[in-house]
Every structure is written in C-alpha cells, then in structure tokens.
Ligand binder design. Structure first.
Ligand code: 13P
Ligand code: SF4
Length: 304
C-alpha cells in the first residue's frame, strides 16, 4: 500500500471504530495532516476529556496517552508506538518525588504533564507549558515544588514571588539547543523575531522575544507583523506554522531540535493500531483516581 492508500484506510477504519485521532504539534507532517485534532499537551488533554468518541488514537508520547486514559477511563486509548516515551518524564519517579516532598513538608507539588501517571498521583496539581504560571499563581502558598522540568520551573519562578524547589529534570531535545545556535541565527536573520518554548535553558530564554507553548507559537506568528521567526522548539511545529502563514519565513536554528520519540509514529503504525485495537494504554484505578484529581485541578484554573 502506498501512503495515500494507508491514509484512506486509516480514515475509513477510524469511522468504523468510532475513533478520534489526536496528534501533538511535534508529530510528523503527514500525521498532523490526517489527524482530527492537532494541538499542544493542554489542548489534547481537554479534547480527550470532552470527546464522545469511543476510541482515542493518541499520536504523541506515552504520558499524553496516559493523560487521556486518566481523564477518559471509559474510552479505549491507543498509543500506536508504545515505545514512544518522554525522557524528561522518566527523570522523576514517585519514590524520588516522595523523598523531595519529605524535605519540604506541606509544600504543594506542581507537576508538568510531561510525567508518569504515578508521579501525577503523588502531586497536588498539574500544569502544561501553556498555563504553568497561571497554575502556580492560583495557589495560595508562598512555596511550591516544581517537577520535573528545571527549565520550566525556573521560567515559572522568574514570573512569581514564591520560593520554588526544583526537580533537576530537562528535555534532552530542548537541552541540545544552545545560546550559540540562537546568536548565529540572530546574526543571520537580524530582523527575525525569536520565539522559544519554556523547556529551553534559561540562557536561551533570556534571548527570546516571546516565550510560549507550542500552540502559543501559532497564534503569535499569525498575530505578529514580523516576516521572519526563529523557532526555538521541536521541528514538527514548522509544518503548521508554514501552512498557516505561507508568506512568512520560519527558521529552525539547528537540526538538533528533533525529538526522536515524537518522530517514531508512522502512518503504518496508526493503521496497525486501528486494525488490532492495540497497543492500549490503561492506568490502574489506585493511580488513576489521584492522578485525575491533579489534572482536574489544572483544568479548573481559569484561562485567559
Ligand atoms: P506543549 O505542546 O504543551 O507546549 O509541550 C511540549 C512538549 O515537549 C511535549 O512533549
Ligand atoms: Fe519529552 Fe522533550 Fe520529546 Fe517533549 S520534546 S516528548 S519533553 S523529550
């Protein structure tokens, strides 16, 4: 079967199975094109929670499918590549988090959605890159524990007058992106605007004109009159940026900004998942229920 035949078969099977295909903004171009909905982690979690479809095919990484399974336990959540993990999410374990909590008794834990269900279950509230400052601001406490991304944590801390305790995790993809990459790109494109994801290092973020989630970059690029944008996040985001603003130029400062896990899923994998209704992601109830509390608290924080 060629790619078009596979895509047609996926669309036909998705109707038969009553399936919704969700794709993260970092997925391969052809997967973003065929998905029912593309978005950032926050938008996709909300879609998973609200859909009335019976099956969710999550084209992303494991923690995202887990979030869908936590929010919609009555649905069948398929992750076409079970080996698509997130190394940052794996940098914190429930045991490690319990140890950090024991050093700061009573201090609430704000956990980035890039984390396992078991870590969420040990936390008080979740956040994503789209709502992190608002979530931490919504807490009455003067102290917070921020897990697992040290870069997002320090970005949040720079916006608020709270004492923050960090977990020293990081995204290996954004970590490969350096100040030298940015300064070279800014020299090559002096009239470009530099937008960056908060998973970048504080040194890189200090050079950014705008810091936002992946979906935040789409609206920023549409609304900003600039013609050239240096893009400080994973390469997959270029597909929709270029599609929505074909007259503008989007520059990826380094080819190292590719997340191998986000690129694992292929159209063949999606077809196989719909044919076999596997691999399925489930979360045991004793973890799912407390993990859902943390996600629900996040979803209840008012947005702009
Ligand atoms: P957002 O899509 O929430 O900005 O997250 C980026 C990311 O790294 C997902 O793995
Ligand atoms: Fe995880 Fe980074 Fe890949 Fe996102 S881009 S899935 S944070 S490794």
């Amino acid at each position: 079967m060629d790619q078009n035949e596979i895509i047609n078969k996926i669309k036909q099977l998705a109707v038969e199975r009553d399936a919704l295909i969700l794709a993260h903004n970092y997925q391969r171009d052809e997967i973003q094109e065929l998905a029912d909905i593309t978005g950032d982690s926050l938008a996709l979690s909300m879609e998973a929670a609200r859909t009335d479809k019976q099956v969710i095919v999550f084209c992303g990484v494991h923690f995202m499918a887990e979030s869908a399974a936590i929010l919609a336990p009555e649905k069948i959540v398929l992750l076409p590549r079970l080996d698509a993990g997130c190394p940052m999410a794996d940098m914190v374990t429930p045991e490690g988090l319990r140890e950090l909590k024991s050093k700061h008794p009573g201090v609430p834990v704000v956990t980035y959605v890039n984390s396992s269900a078991a870590v969420k279950a040990e936390s008080d509230i979740c956040c994503t890159s789209a709502n992190a400052v608002k979530v931490v601001e919504s807490l009455p406490d003067d102290e917070v524990i921020l897990v697992p991304d040290r870069n997002l944590g320090r970005y949040i801390a720079s916006h608020l007058n709270k004492t923050c305790y960090f977990w020293e995790g990081y995204c290996p993809t954004h970590d490969r992106f350096t100040v030298a990459d940015v300064t070279t790109a800014l020299q090559d494109y002096p009239d470009a605007v530099f937008m960056a994801h908060p998973e970048c290092s504080p040194e890189v973020l200090a050079l950014a004109h705008h810091i936002c989630s992946t979906s935040g970059m789409y609206s920023y690029a549409l609304e900003n009159p600039a013609q050239k944008f240096i893009v400080g996040t994973e390469a997959g985001i270029l597909y929709r940026l270029r599609k929505e603003s074909p007259e503008k130029e989007f520059i990826l400062p380094t080819s190292r900004l590719i997340c191998p896990n986000m690129k694992l899923t292929s159209v063949e994998d999606i077809l196989k998942a719909l044919q076999t209704m596997s691999p399925r992601v489930t979360v045991p109830e004793e973890i799912r229920i407390p993990a859902k509390v943390t996600l629900d608290r996040m979803l209840a924080v008012p947005r702009d």
